[in-house]
Design a protein around this ligand. Sequence first.
Ligand code: NDP
Length: 472
Amino acid sequence: EKAEIGLIGLGTMGSNLALNIAEKGHRIAVFNRTVSRVDEFKANAGELADRIVPCHSLAELAEAIRPPRPVIIMVLAGKPVDEQIAALRGELEANDILIDAGNANFHDTVRRFRELEGSGLTFIGMGVSGGEEGARHGPSIMVGGTEESWKRVEGVLTAISAKFKGEPCAAWLGPDGAGHFVKTIHNGIEYADMQMIAEIYGILRDGLSMGAKEIAPVFGTWNKGRLNSYLIEITAKVLAADDAKTGKPVVDVILDRAGQKGTGKWSVIEAQQLGIPATAIEAAVAARVLSSLKDERQAAEKAYGALAVEKIDAPRDALLKDLELALFAGKIAAYAQGFAVMAGASNEFGWKLPMPTIAKIWRAGCIIRSEMLDTMAEAFSSGGAEKNLLMAPAFVTLMKGAHPSLRRIVARAAEAGLPVPALSSALGYFDAYRQGRGTSNLIQGQRDFFGAHGFERIGEQGAFHGPWNSAD
Ligand code: NDP
């Protein structure tokens, strides 16, 4: 009996995705570059082994799948994907579908799409979020390609996806690179979310001298309220865990140097290219880079003296409430930025990205899943958020209630000497966004002064120049 689908790349994500597919009743043919992993995988698949067809070459893989063949490629992003596509082209036939499920840069996806045009093969660029657990039990799946190709794989992809109150978290989002673009912005938002959580942790740890064990239940409690989300849930768990070696809280023995694989940086690059402000995401990426400069930071601490943190002196309960609301407000601003970048890209590339659908498929399965995304899905569906999430009536109300806390917390942190780059960027963005008359009138004056760039006058048409002359 032939398999219905194939998968290449039995790493962390690929092997879990393959088990998920098998569990949903599909026969799946699998291949991996290090061929020994193929038989190992089947041997460890337990009761699902019957549905797994181990293949030791790409030719065997093609032979094992019933045409037209859907083949998922889940290998290291970049050159390996191009190599796999090149190798598969010789083995596949017209109408077969190649699905790149790794974290591709969407520019690569667009290029691959074009390269395969006219070859008879169909290409899909698919973003998958949810880590190992998600891949195994239900990830969020963001698909880019032709709508026709989506229809052909919709059944299996919705079956393996996470469900939010029964609704599958898998959707077709637009042509060619749309799915991978949305996945990239998902990750950019994830960076901002994580950084803001870390900043709040910093205030609790250094400003209030709370230990990890004391901070864990704070996040645990917040997870039951408006901040309810996967990232807050795991934050509480990470803070509560003990190190087996020392018996200390494990966070206290982890080096403060954050890794990154590139999707955060890509979000920022694309936001800049599109001319859409994404300051909280930019701050989060920069904070990871700064975190990696451990030696320099230690030298700077010597040069400037250890951070003269002034303990934050305020009634604990009121302060905790403020911290919760500050994080909530910061999160709203960061998501508003991420969605604005997607709206900009949708415009630029003619994608028609469905914002309500994107918010909906992020409600379960993915790393940034949260209760707030349900509110966002409603806001995008009911209108008012076309230009910016901050303009959706529901979010105007939420933000009005929360921004005073963000303001107080950023101010307190600044006074105490505690870095809050993402929270303060979110606040700066919000304050600039809601300021009907800003200060760029001065910038226009300066530009005209030194470069004769001209300026517009309030309520008048045309370009004007100032009363200065270059001799001044
Ligand atoms: P792993 O490192 O666990 O697995 C990598 C896989 O790629 C292995 O099967 C490996 O084969 C294969 N591979 C590497 N180089 C080549 C090559 N040159 N030619 C053929 N195959 C190659 O990675 P993950 O499973 O974590 O990630 C896979 C993709 O999924 C990446 O694009 C990643 O960014 C993305 N992703 C990862 C998430 C995660 O949480 N880990 C979440 C969402 C997406 P071999 O066994 O021979 O080395």
